[in-house]
Design a binder for this molecule. Sequence first.
Ligand SMILES: Cc1ncc(COP(=O)(O)O)c(C=O)c1O
Length: 374
Amino acid sequence: MDFVETPFLVIDPKKVVKNYRRLCQAFDGNVMIYYAVKANSHVEFLKQLNREGSSFDVASLGEIMKLIKLGVSPDRMSFGNTIKKARDVDVAYTMGVELFAVDSEMEIDKVARYAPGSKVFVRIHTSGLESDWPLSGKFGTTVDHAVELVDWARFRGLKPVGVSFHVGSQNYNPKNWEIAIKDAGIVFNEAAKRYHIILDFLNTGGGWPVKHVKPIPNVEDIASVIMDSVKRYIGNSVLIATEPGRYMVGDAGTLVSSVVLRSKRLGKDWVYIDTGVFHGLMETIEDFRYEIEVFGKEDIPRKKFTLAGPTCDSVDVIYDEVDLPKNIAEGDKVIFINAGAYTIEYASHFNGIEPPAVYTLEQLKVLYEINKTA
Ligand SMILES: Cc1ncc(COP(=O)(O)O)c(C=O)c1O
């Protein structure tokens, strides 16, 4: 694997197509999929999803412009961030984005001012229980307040269309979607009862998990909980949407790094590699665990090491304790499996070290052939 400089992320855009189709199928086609671009905005992923007919959840003007350049129609975008800059709302609206997430009066006022008459959905809070990345606290509001916001949005001349939530990223229990849908149902019912506002859009957010070291529920089981809960708590005349990020691209990327140094420090064995917290492995700061392989040393007995990145910063420690082959040495390739989501998107130039390169599987094959014949 020495034919290309590490670190790099190798991506397989065909996997994204497979994941997209599997998710559609799990809902018998009765779902609007808004891919959460923030998970990985590589153009090959976006192009494939665009071809499949996906819609897109966008967090910023930067993501909107990237999609527009690829020919994605703005009416297939949902501006799902509830903390938008006024300028971004203004430009998004001018470009043709029609759907915005809100969870406060001020955000509604902003959308009403810069995107008059647009469709909005109100995000409710969830506990984030049983997820690796709870998104509770910073986003979403109470059920009661959400009902008030629906009315406020209409008062400000917007079109309140529905409710959204996010059960927390990498959620391990389908039951958490049911709990959130039950709450969303209260907003639907109360908006109709109190204000005669009929909502018909339920955005079930992200949270779809990717296989790492713990067992995960399968897509079909989560979809079936969502569909059953919608029937039970809201009714049949609702358009179900979902915003997978991690699920769509997680298993479509593998991060490859090299060992730079092995040393003993304060009684611990350390391994330093050429990528770390600031260069793709940001999620490990909360001890998010990837499956790790060391190329060619799969059968070597393992022992505990502290695994760290290459920068001059003590935060750049990937795992305090992780099992690695006991004879791991400089130059060995350390491979992070299913690392397509929230890796390269977070990578910085900290310490003057470039983010990992990204190659498609096809590009890597070409590089390999060139190296063989050189
Ligand atoms: C509004 C919104 N939708 C969808 C997602 C994607 O979540 P996930 O990657 O867990 O599927 C996120 C992630 O932060 C988000 O903020």
